[in-house]
Design a protein. Structure first.
Length: 311
């Protein structure tokens, strides 16, 4: 069976299991293009290594390509479509430092919001009020950017204070409760939006012409905002704070607040995972980058536990 046929079957299998597999599909399509549509059993180790290694240093993307192709070959071998995998058995360590999510401080979040008017001035495609409320929602509700941009006016229930999030990362929908402050902010924003349209299917966040915001435009505006606000870190352009880090920050700030209030994290972390739309707790744990403050509070909690246990 040719590579393209096996790839099609593998993608169909994964999506039948509830995975979107979009990034993985891009890698597999690039692999098919690089290798050519020939029998999967005739693909040599050398050409596979050439595709994985690419032309630059070994990065996390090397590992991503390796894992995607490993999944493809495991699928093919299990179904008798291939006899063995041409992939290397060992994974080299990246020569480029692994990206660490950036956790914004409250002061940095304030600077970003205060600078929105500058980033959206002139001929910017996104209006100031739209971009500010988008940022507040990404942080306040811990949403993925794709989830926020897919929201319509009808998906926001201000009476019961929740969002109805559709078409999430794993093809699931969920209800996201809103805090009092965020509900008030969205209520004011939607009141202004209703002056333009009352159609429930209209996008919550849109361009000046009413069309839905695109991820590329939002990310571009955020990079400009980040530069104006002076929220930067060492490591070059590849390692600068991202828009997605607002979601990481939301999770970390929530856990810090729980620590300070003496809450039971074993009980609350599974609820946080559900709130953020994760399929299991391990996905949420990856979001909890250990900031100095989080480490200090965790150490203090353990110290209090250990002292109490000795008494």
């Amino acid at each position: 069976m040719n590579l393209s046929q096996v790839t099609f079957l593998y993608l169909s299998h994964k999506r039948a299991l509830g995975r979107k597999f979009r990034a993985e599909e891009d890698i597999l399509r690039a692999f098919c293009k690089a290798i050519g549509d020939r029998p999967i059993t005739a693909i040599e180790r050398e050409v596979v290594l050439t595709f994985i290694n690419g032309k630059g240093p070994i990065t996390e993307y090397w590992t991503k390509k390796y894992r995607v192709l490993s999944g493809l070959y495991r699928y093919a071998i299990a179904r008798g479509l291939a006899k063995a995998s041409p992939l290397p058995r060992t994974i080299p360590k990246p020569t480029v430092p692994v990206f660490v999510p950036y956790i914004y401080s409250h002061e940095e979040l304030k600077r970003l919001l205060d600078t929105v008017s500058t980033a959206c001035a002139g001929r910017a495609s996104i209006e100031e009020d739209v971009f500010r409320n988008l940022l507040l929602l990404l942080y306040g509700a811990g949403l993925r950017l794709s989830e926020a941009l897919a929201l319509t006016l009808g998906a926001v229930d201000l009476t019961q204070a929740y969002l109805h999030v559709h078409e999430t990362k794993f093809f699931k929908s969920r209800l996201v409760p809103l805090g009092k402050d965020l509900t008030t902010i969205l209520s004011d924003y939607i009141s202004n939006r209703h002056k333009r349209t009352t159609q429930l299917e209209s996008p919550l966040f849109c361009f000046r012409d009413g069309s839905p915001l695109s991820q590329s435009a939002v990310r571009s505006t955020f990079r400009r905002l980040r530069s104006y606000a002076g929220v930067l870190r060492d490591g070059g352009s590849r390692h600068q704070p991202r828009l997605h880090d607002l979601r990481h920050t939301s999770a970390v700030h929530r856990v810090i607040a729980w620590y300070r209030n003496g809450a039971d994290l074993q009980e609350l972390l599974p609820k946080l995972a559900t709130y953020m739309g994760h399929v299991d707790l391990s996905a949420t744990q990856r979001y909890l980058t250990m900031t100095p403050e989080l480490l200090r509070l965790a150490s203090l909690r353990f110290e209090n536990y250990a002292i109490g246990d000795q008494s």
